[in-house]
Design a protein around this ligand. Structure first.
Ligand code: TXA
Ligand code: MG
Length: 380
């Protein structure tokens, strides 16, 4: 049976009875889910291969997708990674604890090879959440923890989401209430060329640039935006250099379909607000006539403008873009509860945290994007 330990994040410490019980399970090699400031994670002792394998099994996660290791203080890096470079240390100073994962060279044998999926690096972060920190301290171990959802489902931002996906498959969940950020951590690699974002998340590119003036911050898949990858890559090469081969994604998880509700979701972008609302209502009416149960993912400011939808799910307010991140995954799960089979989602502004929200929406859409501004490409 899966236990649910309720804890008050304001009163938690490593000696709390629920935390001690959950930490005992972790030390015994049982997976336990816990809140972080981003999403709930499914934790296992990072050094225990059997425990880590249970996490992969419970999630149905592909074995080539490595896990992030969670620590409670910088001393836990000793023996886990090689000495981090100066830029990585500056990032830790600026953003830890917080939603930033650093890819660092792993010390051989420090964690189970299942955690790193055989890579020579390990993703590490220090969550900014009192429950997570208390649990890591009580267990006395770095905790490998992917998001605590079934693979491919929206990440959990409440204990209920974890139980919906994993009840019966894990020892328990520490319930510390809803998470604050709502999207996962930003995964970065820091080196001589600057900071490279492998996965956008709770720390935005703008946050990184503000904290590190003069340091280049690049985003995977965006460096050559709009151009043919080969041409653009060659353009960055010194004259005469060979064109690079197409690279495998450097953050293995980013190639998988993710965060998807059960209904088919299509993202709708448009510069002209009124045109989008009209198009969405017309398309919903057409789909409904074909027997679909329809839904719209909308900003609160526009929720009342979709009379054609069977279900309008609000995921945040345009006036406060961080609310889109906080509400996104819960909103995607609501479509499932409403039995919606066809979903149109409003695109959001990509500034700041909006980049991470749009990244997750594109994945949830599995590439289905309607660009109403682009006459050559509506309904790609
Ligand atoms: O906010 C978060 O990061 C949450 C909470 C629970 O901490 N965790 C999370 O884990 O999102 P997961 O497993 O769903 O995503 C981990 C991401 C994947 O894209 C994975 O490929 C990447 O981090 N990753 C992990 N280790 C890596 C490594 N050594 N090199 C490159 N990418 C790595
Ligand atoms: Mg995940």
């Amino acid at each position: 049976m899966t236990k649910r330990w309720q804890v008050d994040p304001v009163q938690v410490d490593p000696g709390h009875p629920a935390i001690r019980e959950a930490a005992d399970k972790l030390r015994q090699g049982e997976p336990v889910a816990f809140p972080t400031e981003t999403v709930y994670g499914l934790g296992a002792d990072a050094g225990n291969t059997e425990a880590v394998e249970r996490v992969f099994a419970a999630k149905g996660r592909p074995a080539d997708n490595p896990l992030i290791v969670h620590i409670a203080d910088r001393e836990q890096l000793v023996g886990l990674t090689a000495e981090p470079n100066e830029l990585s240390k500056r990032l830790m100073d600026a953003f830890w604890p917080g939603p930033l994962t650093l890819i660092l060279p792993v010390m051989p044998g420090a964690v189970s090879p299942r955690v790193t999926a055989g890579l020579s690096t390990v993703g590490v972060r220090m969550p900014d959440d009192p429950v997570a920190l208390a649990l890591i301290r009580a267990s006395g171990r770095p905790l490998a923890a992917p998001s605590a959802n079934r693979s491919g489902r929206p990440s959990p931002t409440r204990a209920e989401h974890v139980l919906d996906d994993l009840s019966g498959a894990i020892a328990g969940v520490v319930d510390g209430g809803a998470t604050g950020v709502g999207v996962e951590s930003t995964v970065v690699e820091a080196g001589t060329a600057g900071v490279h974002i492998l996965r956008p998340g709770g720390v935005s590119a703008e946050d990184l640039r503000r904290a590190l003036p003069g340091i280049a911050v690049t985003v995977a898949g965006e460096m050559n935006a709009g151009a043919d990858p080969l041409t653009a890559a060659s353009a960055n090469q010194p004259p005469g250099a060979a064109a690079p081969e197409t690279e495998a994604p450097k953050s293995p998880g980013v190639k998988y379909k993710h965060y998807a509700p059960k209904g088919a979701l299509t993202l709708v972008t448009a510069r002209e607000e009124g045109a989008r609302t009209a198009w969405i209502n017309a398309e919903l009416a057409r789909r409904k006539a074909q027997g679909e149960r329809t839904g719209v993912l909308a900003a609160e400011e526009r929720a009342a403008r979709y009379p054609a939808a069977d279900a309008v799910v609000v995921f945040g307010r345009e006036a406060e873009p961080q609310t889109f991140a906080r509400g996104l995954y819960d909103a995607l799960r609501r479509f499932d509860e409403a039995g919606v089979t066809f979903i149109l989602a409003e695109a959001v502004d990509e500034a700041g945290i909006g980049a991470a929200v749009m990244n997750r929406l594109r994945k949830a859409a599995g590439g289905r994007v309607i660009r109403l501004d682009d006459p050559t490409n509506p309904g790609e």
